[in-house]
Write a protein that binds this ligand. Structure first.
Ligand code: NAD
Length: 486
């Protein structure tokens, strides 16, 4: 009997307890060498007064086992407590979210029977940094934070994953035609790292056409790497195209810890009815067994699960008159998988995972280019403006007597001064760009004191300054975007 690996298990909310119990029952029947420690997370814990949704004891278990198998957790929309899922991913450094989306046709109806792709989503950065501010009565802001190191790590991970699992191509999806800096660095790092993997093909698409292609021709994709929000949306699209969001599992992986779950949520609409499909979490658990280097258990369970699908034993979400023989509830589905442990599928290709000398992929952001010369040459001062027209605003701000010159005023990224092309621009939320010179080639380096002096003038003139963003040159190149129309 192999040594049992301690793992932490959280049942979660909604259908979580039902599908987690079913999954553990299958792991237990397959003699998977695991030693589960049960913790509580989610709604109950919030109600006990832990605003993070997780108790200190539960953290201690996670730090001990370094592996979490987790049922879905309910997160309120619009307001309320912060997502525990995001807290776990970020606190535990789980930078890679791996979501295989495979078709199981004809047993799970799909228009794309040959679909077999894996989405590798950056898990810690982008808009999921969750840094939001209400700046005026009607203006709300969400910051998108992207680091070069974060891009390097996730893109390396995608290529390493492709190598380990014998996949042939990595596709990068960004929106760098619009977000030239944040998405631009993701694409640039992809091009750099792709050169280190000549054995793996690489390509890039803009995210919108990329998503359309995933929906229309998913067979053409193999491994997809993308940033946090795009990956979140895309993986649900892909899971649905494959046949059901109820089937896919997801791994959240870091260099020290990993968390495994289903891609779907807590499905409050069917919670307590015991009809949920446990396959998503079971597939997450299979990824967990591969991660803890227990390939024999992963193989026997996945093959039994494939036989169950082939035998037409289906939960309601994937039931079809044509290919299903018996509609079962959550527990009956688990029992059907258990009955088939040791069997090999006939229609589907049987899986056979091998012991790996290096089961975990470890990636680090190398941050190659921290040698750039950084020079402060100006500042964007954001104000709430309720009274002045863009023309009046431009005239008034041009007269603020400091060494910094007003270059342009923008609103929601569009130039509204000087020479606005539109009659009545929105001018309540303005970004006023001041530089030491209009010509950046000749821009003199300024100090933070110059900015403080400028802000003093804003204050004396009665403006409501919302925030500032410093304007830097990096090796002489602007580290800021130009306004639309500038
Ligand atoms: P959902 O995935 O919970 O449900 C979407 C639809 O799919 C529902 O009709 C549901 O009944 C069905 N469904 C989902 N899983 C199923 C399964 N295993 N078997 C059968 N049918 C299934 O998405 P939602 O309704 O948008 O979210 C509900 C809650 O889950 C929200 O609070 C959300 O924040 C949370 N959520 C959590 C996670 C997570 O813990 N990782 C992920 C996504 C959503």
């Amino acid at each position: 009997m192999p040594v049992k690996t301690p793992i932490t298990v959280a049942y979660g909310d909604g259908i979580g307890p039902e599908i987690t119990a079913a999954t553990l029952k299958i792991l237990n029947a397959a003699d998977a060498p695991i030693d589960p420690e049960i913790i509580e997370v989610g709604e109950k814990v919030y109600l006990q007064g832990f605003s993070s949704g997780i108790s200190d004891e539960a953290w201690a278990s996670l730090k001990r086992t370094k592996v979490l198998l987790k049922g879905p957790i309910t997160t309120p929309q619009g307001g309320g407590y912060k997502s525990l899922n995001v807290t776990l991913r970020k606190t535990l450094g789980l930078y890679a979210n791996v979501r295989p989306c495979t078709a199981y046709a004809p047993y799970v109806p799909t228009k794309h029977p040959d679909m077999n792709l894996v989405i590798i989503r950056e898990n810690e950065e982008g808009t999921y940094a969750g840094i939001e501010h209400r700046q005026t009565e009607d203006v709300y802001q969400c910051l998108k934070i992207v680091t070069r190191g974060g891009c390097e790590r996730i893109i390396h991970y995608a290529f390493e994953y492709a190598r380990k699992f014998n996949r042939k191509k990595v596709t990068c999806l960004t929106k760098d035609n619009i977000m030239k800096m944040t998405d631009g660095i993701f694409h640039q790092v992809f091009n750099e790292i792709a050169k280190e993997y000549p054995d793996i093909q690489n390509e890039h698409f803009i995210i919108d056409i990329g998503t359309a292609l995933v929906a229309a021709q998913p067979e053409r994709f193999d491994v997809i790497v993308t940033s946090n929000l795009y990956g979140d949306i895309l993986s649900d699209v892909a899971a649905q195209v494959a046949g059901s969001v109820g089937l896919a599992g997801s791994a959240n992986v870091g260099n020290h810890m990993a968390m495994f779950e289903a891609i779907h949520g807590s499905a409050p609409d069917i919670a307590g009815k015991k009809i949920a499909n446990p396959s998503g979490l079971l597939n997450g658990a299979i990824q967990m067994l591969i991660h803890i280097n227990q390939p024999a258990s992963a193989t026997i369970i996945e093959n039994a699960w494939l036989v169950t699908l082939e035998d037409g034993i289906h939960t309601a979400d994937i039931y079809s008159k044509e290919y299903s023989k018996r509609k079962v509830n959550t527990d009956e589905f688990a029992d059907a998988v258990i009955e088939r442990l040791g069997k090999i599928p006939h229609h589907f290709k049987p899986v056979s995972y091998q012991t790996d000398v290096r089961p975990k992929i470890l990636c680090y952001g190398e941050s190659k280019s921290f040698t750039a010369k950084k020079e402060l040459v100006g500042v964007d001062v954001f104000i709430e403006n309720t009274k002045l027209t863009p023309l009046e605003l431009g005239e008034k701000l041009s007269k603020l007597a400091t060494d910094l010159k007003l270059i342009v005023i923008t609103s929601r990224g569009l130039k509204i001064w000087p020479n606005s092309m539109i009659d009545a621009p929105y001018a309540n939320h303005c970004s006023c760009r001041f530089q030491s010179s209009a010509d950046l080639k000749n821009a003199k380096v300024i100090s933070h004191h110059d900015i403080i002096q400028l802000l003093q003038k804003f204050d004396e003139a009665g403006f409501d300054v919302i925030k500032t963003e410093n304007l830097y040159l990096f090796d002489g190149k602007p580290g800021f975007s130009l306004a639309q129309g500038q």
